[in-house]
Every structure is written in structure tokens, then in C-alpha cells.
Design a protein around this ligand. Structure first.
Ligand code: 3HC
Length: 291
């Protein structure tokens, strides 16, 4: 049994989209010093607005005191360059669900994060962790998946995904971080495309999109069926829009690439919506319209 590791105090998040902001927010709410890396000031402003809006929602729902929300926002710093992450003890990559983009981030982090014991984690929904580890070269034993669920401040689960190369001590520290510091509920998941949850969730969402695409049922009835008939908090089409159709497509492609099974293949409607930049809630229109 290894000695109890000191708590993590300095966290970096790369990518200020929905997931990166949610992860930065829960880290700051846990009192950690957070640096969020976004490419330019416009993207950083958007990320700050997202975090601020979610903290305000937390206050209005009675989950957070106004002072705590203000302190959490003060703990978040926004930087345009991953070079700012030198002193971080944990960095969580949350850029777009694209293999090349993520490989590039891991290669960069292996050079910019100074401490050899720092954990380099990915919030990927589906890309094999071992590929990201390989891109991190000598840091491969410190690489694992830390997969959060949207909305991050609300959903308790974190999948902890070791690769074949991850050191046991790194897995233990990541679990202790998720559970002890973020007060999440972690499970260890296998390093296969989709890990545990998305390997089950994405085929379900794709089936709903196919059912709608084929005109077998209306979007409203498909969603109502799962909400009223199975007590899901939201239906599959509304959930796909919440996750982002580009992410659903990216995960579907990773799953299909690995398993070659039809149930993982992206339906044409999903491909067309993404090609049209109709990505769901975040762009105001996807399977539903939000305008
Ligand atoms: N901070 C803290 N708590 C918050 C919050 C915030 N910013 N916003 C909302 N909450 C809390 C509320 O207080 C409420 O808590 P309560 O049940 O104790 O009262 C709870 O969250 C629900 O919030 P709301 O009442 O505002 O909203 P709804 O009841 O309409 O629920 C929802 C919205 C949380 C999105 C719910 O519909 C839901 O859980 N949907 C399913 C989401 C899901 O399945 N996500 C997983 C996607 S898969 C994924 O992310 C993986 C990726 O790789 C694809």
C-alpha cells in the first residue's frame, strides 16, 4: 500500500468548451487554483462567462453561497498558452473530440508541465488513452483518462481510465482527487473506445436518431417515451443536443473505428447536422431548435 499522497492544489484545464469549463468550475469550487488554457481572449471571455453563469445557477438553486461562487471565479485564471501550466500538479485536457488535436496537446504537455510526478489526464469521451500516453513520451506512466459528465457540476460520476502504461500510484491519486477533493463518485473503466458509459450510451442515442430519421416517430414522442416510460431525466434526442452533436459524432466514429459494428455507425442525419454546424444547444439548433 502506498503512502497517502498530498492533496492536489494546482490544476490546469486545456480547452474552455462546455466540458473544460465544467471541470474548471468544479475544481475551483473545491478550492483549487485553476488555470484554464484557451487559444485567444474571445474564447477565454466565453469560457469565463460560461463558468460565471453556471456558478450563478448554482447560487440560484441553493447549492452554493454567493461568496463561495465569487471565490471560485477568483480561483480561475485564463491563459492563452499551455506554457502557463509549468507548475501544475494535474492537467486535464478537454479540447475538441478529435484524435490529432488531443495527441498534439499531450505532446505539448509532456514538454511544458515541469514536475515528473504531475498527472496528465484527458476528458476524452472515446479516444484510447494509450494513444494519448504514447504522445506524452516519457510521461506515459502519468497519463490516464478522467472522464466527466455534462453538466459537470451536477453529475456525480467520473470514469478513471488507466492505460496499459499507467502507474498504479497515478490511478490511486486520481481516484483520491475525484472522490476526496471534488466529491465525485469515480469508477475505474476499461481503456476501450467509449470506456464503460459511452459504449452503452452512444448506441442508444444513435438508435433514437435513426428512429427519428426514418420517420418512425416524432422527436417529441421519442423523448417523451424515455422520460415518462423509463424515468430518464431527459430523452435521447434532447440529451444528444445537450452533449453536442459534434461530440456525439466524434464518439460514434471512434466506437465504429474500433468495433466495426453497425450499431456504432453514425446515422447520415447526424453527419448532415454537424456539417451544417447545427450542433445542438450550444449553437441554438440541432435536433431541436432553441431560438
Ligand atoms: N451547480 C450546481 N447544481 C446545479 C447547477 C449548477 N450550476 N445547475 C443545476 N443544478 C442542480 C439543481 O439544483 C438540481 O438539483 P436537485 O435535484 O438537488 O434540486 C439539479 O441540478 C437539476 O437541475 P435543474 O432543476 O436546473 O435542471 P433539470 O431538472 O431540468 O435537469 C439536467 C437538467 C441536469 C441536465 C438533467 O436533465 C439531466 O441530468 N439530464 C441528463 C444529463 C446526462 O445524461 N448527461 C450525461 C451526458 S454523457 C456525457 O456527458 C459524456 C460525454 O462523453 C458524451
Amino acid at each position: 500500500m502506498s503512502a497517502v499522497a498530498a492533496p492536489i492544489e494546482r490544476v490546469g484545464v486545456v480547452g474552455g468548451g462546455i466540458m473544460g469549463c465544467g471541470i474548471a468550475e468544479v475544481c475551483a469550487r473545491a478550492g483549487l487554483d485553476v488555470i484554464l488554457v484557451e487559444v485567444d481572449s474571445a474564447a477565454a471571455d466565453l469560457a469565463e462567462q460560461r463558468i460565471r453563469a453556471s456558478l450563478e445557477r448554482g447560487v440560484s438553486r441553493g447549492k452554493l453561497e454567493p461568496d463561495a461562487a465569487r471565490e471560485a471565479l477568483e480561483l480561475c485564471r485564463f491563459e492563452p498558452d499551455a506554457g502557463a501550466l509549468g507548475d501544475r500538479e494535474l492537467v486535464i485536457e478537454a479540447v475538441v473530440e478529435n484524435r490529432e488535436a488531443k495527441l498534439g496537446v499531450f505532446e505539448l504537455l509532456s514538454k511544458t508541465v515541469e514536475s515528473g510526478s504531475a498527472i496528465l489526464a484527458s476528458n476524452t469521451s472515446s479516444i484510447p488513452i494509450v494513444e494519448l500516453a504514447a504522445a506524452a513520451g516519457e510521461r506515459a506512466p502519468n497519463v490516464l483518462g478522467l472522464h466527466f459528465f455534462n453538466p459537470v457540476p451536477v453529475l456525480a460520476l467520473v470514469e478513471v481510465i488507466p492505460s496499459l502504461l499507467t502507474e498504479p500510484d497515478v490511478i490511486e491519486r486520481a481516484q483520491a482527487f475525484a472522490e476526496g477533493q471534488l466529491e465525485k463518485d469515480p469508477i475505474v473503466a476499461p481503456d476501450r473506445a467509449g470506456f464503460t458509459v459511452n459504449a452503452l450510451l452512444i448506441p442508444y442515442l444513435l438508435s433514437a436518431i435513426r428512429m427519428f430519421e426514418q420517420g418512425l416517430a416524432s422527436a417529441e414522442d421519442i423523448d417523451k417515451g424515455m422520460v415518462k416510460g423509463c424515468a430518464h431525466p431527459m430523452g435521447p434526442l434532447a440529451l444528444a443536443d445537450l452533449i453536442g452533436l459534434d461530440t456525439v459524432l466524434g464518439v460514434s466514429e471512434s466506437l465504429y473505428r474500433e468495433h466495426r459494428e453497425q450499431l456504432f455507425a453514425p446515422p447520415p442525419l447526424l453527419q448532415r447536422l454537424v456539417a451544417a454546424n447545427l450542433l445542438g444547444r450550444k449553437t441554438g439548433r440541432g435536433l431541436y431548435s432553441y431560438q
